[in-house]
Design a protein around this ligand. Structure first.
Ligand code: BGP
Length: 458
């Protein structure tokens, strides 16, 4: 049997924009997703936007019951900056305070430990209008927002995260054109990345200054990089991919400084951000207590086969090509490779290269399109998802046996929810959501998850 410790965290993650709904009531300000959908709904799968989503704002009590029924002893959600501070700073929306207080109290009453995340891709539109993460002032506004959250909720919440997958808003918003403001501007991307690392450190500083007696960390999507072969060119390509994809945030968050090799590349391409020595000191003095790791897929890398176009904007892929490994296992719905050993490699990397800092899996999951075809007697028979979880847990367990300091496993996600560009195309939940009437039904994986959590293993 695979058995985890009695106090191991089993749960799931969600985010405000993907689950709350109530996007324009009770004083909430607009965020970039609300705005983008209003102006360019065609960019979203089937034109479905973040209006109602899974109605967590309205149905949180029912949902927390379902968390209990699916065996959660912990749950991560995010606080919507634009709900709490409709102007990005200044006046606090008391209805938002009430809502998040209610959620926290309801979770605790059900013996579910809340993990709160402060930023999940959801920049308030008023902050974006003054430059978003490109603007140093917005970093201060974020730090004040974080402080307000610690002051209001920190008496009961002992596990905090500053950001979810910060590399995503850098890449998708400023290099690839996938998220608003869909700029393709490498210089802006580096500035945004640097400001985000600073914002993380400033939030941590605020937490410690308030004598927060919990732990504060960051959630990173660490996709281990695997070279195509052991030749020196593939190894170099993989090393550089790792610098950009993983170490760009992992090193400053845990060690307090950016990798020298990354800085050299950034300088070589004339992309250095504006920075100050005092801000760099803030980054070095305020590192995380623990890490959240989202893991979906590996990153396979080969040396570039062609010269980069000198007239194209800089991309990290200047140095490498992606490599499709023959025989790889794949989730065809999302197009992502499934490589379970990745969690073990992450565990060992954290153990050996990051001081064996405390960490947990904060997202791992499998999105499937057209899941209704697996309905039998009203319940989705998602055996593929159970297998997916089991196979990852086996490798995670091995990493823990070998000394990695992993304290939990959170899946993505509790209920089928809205996703950034795919809307409701791929379903990830332990609980299914009928969009036509918001009916919730626990899937086979949800029942299995309860058993897993009760037995602390399988
Ligand atoms: C992670 C995000 C989540 C979630 C998940 C699944 O990167 O933190 O918010 O959306 O990926 O991805 P997707 O919804 O794009 O299939």
């Amino acid at each position: 049997m695979i058995k985890f410790k009695d106090n191991f965290y089993f749960g799931s993650a969600s985010s405000a924009t993907q689950s709350e709904g109530a996007w324009n009531i009770d004083g909430k300000g607009q965020n970039i997703w609300d705005y983008w959908f209003e102006t360019e709904s065609f960019r979203f799968h089937n034109n479905i936007g973040p209006y109602e989503t899974s109605t967590f704002y309205k149905n949180y009590k029912e949902d927390i019951k379902l968390l209990k029924e699916t065996g959660h002893n912990s749950f991560r959600f995010s606080i919507s900056w634009s709900r709490l501070l409709p102007n990005g700073f200044g006046e606090i929306n008391s209805k938002a305070i009430d809502f998040y207080n209610n959620v926290i109290d309801e979770l605790l009453a059900n013996k579910i430990e809340p993990f709160i995340n402060l930023f999940h891709f959801d920049m308030p539109m008023c902050m974006q209008n003054i430059g978003g993460w490109e603007n140093r002032e917005v970093v201060n506004h974020y730090a004040s927002f974080a402080k307000i959250c610690f002051e209001h909720f920190g008496d009961r919440v002992k596990r905090w995260f500053t950001f979810n997958e910060p590399i995503v808003h850098v890449e998708c918003g400023y290099l690839l054109g996938y998220h608003y403001p869909y700029k393709v501007d490498p210089k802006a991307a580096v500035q945004v990345g640097y400001h985000t690392a600073l914002a993380n450190a400033l939030a941590i500083k605020n937490y410690r200054e308030l004598n927060g007696d919990g732990k504060i960390g960051i959630v990173l999507n660490l996709s281990p990089c695997y070279p195509r072969s052991e030749n020196k060119w593939d190894l170099k390509a993989s090393f550089i991919a790792d610098l950009f994809a993983n170490r760009s945030f992992l090193d400053p968050a845990v060690k307090g400084y950016f990798p020298t090799e990354l800085i050299e590349i950034i300088k070589e391409h004339d992309l250095m951000p504006e920075y100050t020595e005092s801000d760099l000191n803030i980054i070095s003095e305020n590192t995380v207590d623990y890490l959240g790791v989202n893991y979906y897929q590996p990153r396979r890398v080969a040396a570039r086969a062609s010269l980069p176009n000198p007239e194209a904007p800089f991309m990290p892929e200047y140095y490498y090509d992606y490599y499709i490994m023959p025989g790889r296992k794949i989730n065809p719905h999302r197009g992502w490779e499934i490589f379970e050993k990745g969690v073990y490699d992450i565990a060992i990397n954290i153990r050996d290269n990051y001081g064996n800092i405390e960490w947990l899996i904060t997202e791992n999951g499998m999105g499937v399109e057209g899941e209704e075809k697996f309905l039998v007697d009203g319940i989705i028979q998602d055996d593929y998802r159970i297998d997916f979880y089991k196979n990852h847990l086996k490798w995670l367990h091995k990493g823990i046996e070998e000394g990695s300091n992993c304290i939990g496993y959170h899946v993505w996600t509790f209920i089928d929810n809205w996703s950034w560009l795919n809307s409701y195309k791929n379903r990830y939940g332990l609980v299914s959501l009928d969009l036509s009437n918001q009916k919730r039904t626990i899937k086979k994986s949800g029942r299995w998850f309860k058993e897993l959590s009760e037995k602390k293993g399988f």
